[in-house]
Design a protein around this ligand. Sequence first.
Ligand SMILES: Cc1cc2nc3c(=O)[nH]c(=O)nc-3n(C[C@H](O)[C@H](O)[C@H](O)COP(=O)(O)OP(=O)(O)OC[C@H]3O[C@@H](n4cnc5c(N)ncnc54)[C@H](O)[C@@H]3O)c2cc1C
Length: 293
Amino acid sequence: MLRRFRLEEPETVQEASQLLARHGEAARIYAGGTELLLVMKEGLAHYERLVNVKKIPHLDEVKLTDGFVSIGALSTHRQLLFSPVVRRHLPAFAGMEANVANIRVREVGTIGGNLCFAEPHADPGTLLLALGAKVIAAKNTGQREILIEKFFVDAYETCLEPDELLTEIRVPRLPARSGVAYLKFGYLERPSVGVALFLSLDGNGKSVGDARIAVGCVGPTARRIQEAESLLEGKSVDEASRLIAEAGAAAARASQAISDLHGSQDYKEHIVGVLLKRAFRQAVEQCRQRVEG
Ligand SMILES: Cc1cc2nc3c(=O)[nH]c(=O)nc-3n(C[C@H](O)[C@H](O)[C@H](O)COP(=O)(O)OP(=O)(O)OC[C@H]3O[C@@H](n4cnc5c(N)ncnc54)[C@H](O)[C@@H]3O)c2cc1C
């Protein structure tokens, strides 16, 4: 049962941060509430004050800038799925959003809430790692930019300070001749394995320039797997495609997969390899089609 709490309704990031600083552990940010209220209803946690951030203007905007796509932390999954900017400039992100949760959760659940809750079985963090995203954390006294790699610390733990809010996600615009694929597999409500791959081809389109590989859901946090990336970088596309099974094995080994309700460690590691192989084919195809930046 949900115990009584007080709802605070700040209208600026500064006010929200001050409330968090003043009330410490007794307060939590409330965005869509899809995670928070479940935890509170189950009696797993109780907060005396919920700081509803939905009245703070502009935090749900999605904008295109010269260098990146700016996604407000309060954008809902549904908004991102249908955003013309996201669909045009980050189609893999829109595709990922189409398969997050269910229609009810997508309608109210926010991207910020997803990232800040840091549930291991979540999709966006894995894809954002492969996209080379940064996030903006703001508090009363200013703001800082954090690489998404540094944001996730452990299961249910981020590097946000207690009085900080996540306000924005910055995703670099895709260069020409690049491709992105996110593939997941699961049979429970949330995914068991997620694999994301960003690939760019060099000027003549024959060899791999940059590769970013991320694996999520299998262990405590989503992670970049540089060992697997370096197997592909600088190789001709044919050679990289011959090495993709080896890259999959390296990604599986480094993914810190654990056995749980979603599958055994061996099983998850096997699926990582299968998904990476498919993601590679998709990303190469996109690289060849995507000539403009
Ligand atoms: C049935 C179900 C199925 C789901 N399936 C999937 C799935 O397949 N894939 C997937 O990726 N996710 C899945 N989810 C998770 C879903 O994406 C999240 O519940 C949702 O995005 C959380 O957003 P929210 O705004 O409701 O967060 P809230 O519940 O409001 O907040 C979650 C946590 O984040 C904190 N927080 C929220 N916003 C901020 C902020 N701006 N700054 C700092 N802290 C903040 C809150 O204090 C709280 O601790 C599922 C959830 C449910 C309930």
